[in-house]
Design a protein around this ligand. Structure first.
Ligand SMILES: NC(=O)c1ccc[n+]([C@@H]2O[C@H](COP(=O)([O-])OP(=O)(O)OC[C@H]3O[C@@H](n4cnc5c(N)ncnc54)[C@H](O)[C@@H]3O)[C@@H](O)[C@H]2O)c1
Length: 396
């Protein structure tokens, strides 16, 4: 069978990880890599658990570029993984679509809803496959939750509560890369870097909320300008309420998702999934019970889930299979818009201090982001990251 020839753009932390699993993929080969920094191409920092001999062979065979457009024009790639910082994702994806090249885009697909929507528009007539690297969708626990929501096991969702605070980061983390932890470089904090996966899962499970109200703290626990502590209250399309709490400042952190639904309560905590199944529909009990203080005796079911991590490799293999027409995408890139719209709405609500409808007006969010960037330039010049100067620094 024809092999799909891949290029990776951005050979940093995650680019190297993508590089490392290519020999294990079926019907795919890595033919090119690109990084604006030539040093990253000379000495690939291969993870220690990877077969170094295989890496060396691969390393000799693959073409190397410092200009991603030259790689796209080389005729050597049918598909690319965009693993550069998020600032570049929209431009790189659109350039690939224009050339009929398939795309796997790292999360978040963009910083603003407007840019993510423009990517979708550029993709619409391109005829290529566009996937987003939302590898948590391959996690068997989340797949089970999705299944139980869709097959009627849970029934109508009545309330959702997700505390996802196991994204602890130190000041050293934020100080490690110039583009991180600021509005000019990264365009956001925990919502833009750590939580896109959870926001994607949230919308995958429950759809986008109708409206929300958030409390957002900027640099509460770290010397950064962006948000590192967020609490959101949402109203879902069916009228259920949902809360979502995240931070990079809590340790030990928590990942606890509780879904209260018509047929009981589903709890994910510490990797364990437990279903408390009620004997009847909760609403029917409320409406028809002749007892005022009714005590439900739920059947407690531990739901076995596989804990093996499949992650990034699974999404890339799935995209290869989709390109070859063999299976649908697990994480279509066009759905990347939703988590960006959700993050934008949370920031707008929290910073402006009001309830917002979702999705928020793109002009209003763009205006807010410009204000935050301007404030950063004025009040925290040491945090500012200048992308133009960064690109120029590699021009000889
Ligand atoms: N899906 C996941 O689990 C996951 C995990 C980590 C990072 N990410 C995402 O991947 C992206 C990269 O994150 P990272 O941690 O690897 O960052 P990083 O800074 O370690 O690596 C980024 C690389 O891109 C290169 N680069 C920058 N501008 C470029 C350009 N114009 N052309 C080509 N190369 C360029 C840099 O030199 C660097 O080597 C981010 O969007 C991040 O959110 C996703």
């Amino acid at each position: 069978m024809k092999k799909v020839r891949f290029g990776i753009i951005g050979m940093g932390n995650i680019g190297i990880h993508h590089f490392s699993y290519f020999p294990e993929l079926e019907n795919a080969e890595l033919t090119a890599i690109c990084d604006i920094d030539p040093a990253k191409l000379k000495e690939l920092k291969i993870p220690s658990d990877f077969d170094h001999a295989a890496a060396a062979v691969l390393d000799d065979k693959i073409a190397k570029y410092t200009d991603y457009r030259a790689m796209l024009d080389s005729g050597k790639v049918d598909a690319v993984i965009i693993a550069a910082p998020h600032y570049f994702h929209p431009e790189m994806a659109v350039e690939a679509f224009r050339r009929g090249i398939h795309v796997i885009c790292e999360k978040p697909v963009a910083i603003t809803g407007r840019l993510a929507r423009e990517m979708n528009a550029a993709h619409a007539d391109s005829g290529v496959v566009y996937a987003a690297m939302f590898q948590m969708r391959t996690n068997s626990t989340y797949r089970k939750i999705k299944e139980m929501l869709e097959d009627g096991t849970l029934g109508q969702v009545r309330r959702v509560s997700w505390i996802i605070t196991d994204w602890f980061r130190t000041q050293t983390y934020y100080d490690s890369g110039g583009w991180r932890g600021n509005w000019t470089g990264e365009g956001g904090g925990v919502l833009m870097n750590q939580c896109p996966h959870n926001l994607d899962l949230f919308q995958w499970f429950f759809g986008l909320p109708k409206r929300l109200c958030a409390v957002v703290h900027l640099g509460k626990w770290h010397d950064i300008t962006v948000e590192d502590d967020v609490s959101v209250l949402m109203e879902l399309a069916n009228g259920a309420t949902a809360s979502f709490i995240t931070s990079t400042g809590d340790t030990p952190g928590t990942n606890r998702l509780e879904i209260t639904a018509e047929h009981g309560k589903l709890v994910l905590e510490e990797g364990r999934l437990t279903f408390f199944k009620t004997e009847d529909s909760v609403q029917r009990i409320i409406e028809q019970s002749e007892v005022g203080f009714y005590s439900v005796s739920p059947e407690v079911m531990e739901i076995p889930v596989e804990t093996k991590a499949h992650g990034h490799k699974w999404i890339t293999q799935n995209t290869v299979n989709a390109i070859l027409g063999n299976e649908p995408l697990i994480a279509p890139g066009t759905e990347g818009l939703n988590s960006v719209q959700l993050a934008n709405a949370v920031l707008l609500s929290g910073i402006r201090g009001r309830t917002v409808e979702v999705p928020v007006c793109e002009d209003e969010f763009d205006e807010l982001l410009e204000e935050l960037r301007a404030d950063e330039r004025r009040h925290a010049p040491d945090k500012v990251f200048d992308w133009e100067a960064y690109i120029k620094s590699f021009e000889s």
